[in-house]
Ligand binder design. Structure first.
Ligand code: ZN
Length: 338
């Protein structure tokens, strides 16, 4: 029943017992895992695990921390991304904590991989450490991109803007830590359908196992915390995140795939920007429903600002049966009366 949308089983910390551990995770109820690559070698290794284990899926990309040790050959990443078990571009982004010298190079590499994700129509798994302003600026520059800010550590204001742009937010072990004030505030405001549950194994082990090597079975502690904040049981929280992850990464029988999951951005006094956007939804970026996909490709080949594909908005927050039109920015708007 658990979907760990971010775990590095290709990491050397699992070299001694990987082939015993992975089947044990599945036995313990971890039904899906996304293993993001951090350079060309680990992207290959993640794909190899995905080939070996049906419940493991891979993402490919170059992590800002690995940039200096990697040839950063995007032609290789593009090739790997075509693998049928590659579901995203990641983990990519900015890390100003570990690397203070190559910020401009980091930004250029992040932008190039955002463009690759758009070209291949894949979600992006973003790593943002101590680089909130620049990550947000780049997210703003690619309004058609979709994906997740993994282990989100930014402010509530930044979260609201990312949510309005259609992004998901990933929550990990740190939400169980004593000093987790800001992450819990963000979790509280995050709409349920945008929450993903992650471990970042072997790192970020939740309380009460902090200090030990992490693995996906410890999602139970993250699920309990998410449930506590959202008024759900741990099982309900896990089921919610399972559905969200399947929908974002286009895996399995995701119930949202053929529906429009239009939910207006939360109207909040905190940010005038987000409440002003409350009737705009970026749903068609992240549902990957058949009408949206058609709409997006139709949009690219025509000079029209709207693809003209319409479908019924069926979920809470938009009145049932309201027809919405996929607009040029990947969101929807009500049809204008002619
Ligand atoms: Zn990671």
């Amino acid at each position: 029943m658990y979907f760990d949308t971010h775990a590095h089983y290709d990491d050397r910390h699992f070299d001694s017992d990987r082939d015993e551990l992975l089947p044990a995770l599945f036995e313990a109820g971890v039904e899906l895992i996304v293993d993001p690559g951090c350079d060309t070698a680990s992207s290959r290794a993640a794909l190899a695990l995905a080939e070996q284990y049906p419940f493991v899926w891979a993402a490919v990309g170059i992590h800002p921390e690995e940039m200096a040790h990697d040839p950063c050959d995007l032609a290789v990443i593009r090739e790997l991304a075509r693998h049928p078990k590659c579901v995203a571009i990641g983990e990519v982004g900015l890390d100003y904590y570990w690397d203070k010298e190559h910020r401009a190079e980091q930004r250029a590499l992040f932008r190039a991989q955002m463009e690759l994700a758009l070209e291949l129509d894949k979600p992006v798994i973003v790593h943002d450490r101590d680089a909130h302003g620049d990550c947000l600026a780049i997210a703003r520059d690619y309004p058609g991109a979709r994906g997740v800010f993994h282990c989100f550590s930014g402010s509530a204001e930044m979260a609201e803007e990312l949510l309005a742009l259609g992004w998901h937010l990933g929550f990990d072990g740190p939400i169980t830590y004593k000093n987790a004030r800001r992450a819990l505030e963000v979790l509280a405001l995050c709409p349920p359908e945008r929450i993903l549950m992650e471990t970042d194994s072997p790192y970020l082990t939740p309380v009460p196992l902090r200090g030990k090597r992490n693995d996906s079975r410890n999602l139970i502690y993250v699920a309990e915390k998410i449930g506590e904040v959202k008024g759900l049981t741990a099982e309900e929280a896990a089921a919610l995140c399972m559905e969200n992850g399947k929908r974002l990464f286009g895996i399995g029988d995701a119930p949202g795939r053929s529906r429009c999951w239009a939910t207006p951005a939360p109207a909040s006094p905190r940010s005038r920007r987000s409440s002003a956007r409350s009737t705009t939804c970026r749903c068609c970026i992240w549902t990957r429903c058949s009408s949206c996909r058609t709409g997006r490709s139709a949009r690219r080949t025509s000079s029209s600002t709207s693809c003209g594909i319409s479908w019924a908005a069926t979920t809470a927050g938009s009145s049932t049966g309201t027809t919405a039109i996929c607009c040029s920015r990947g969101g929807w708007r009500r049809p204008t009366r002619s």
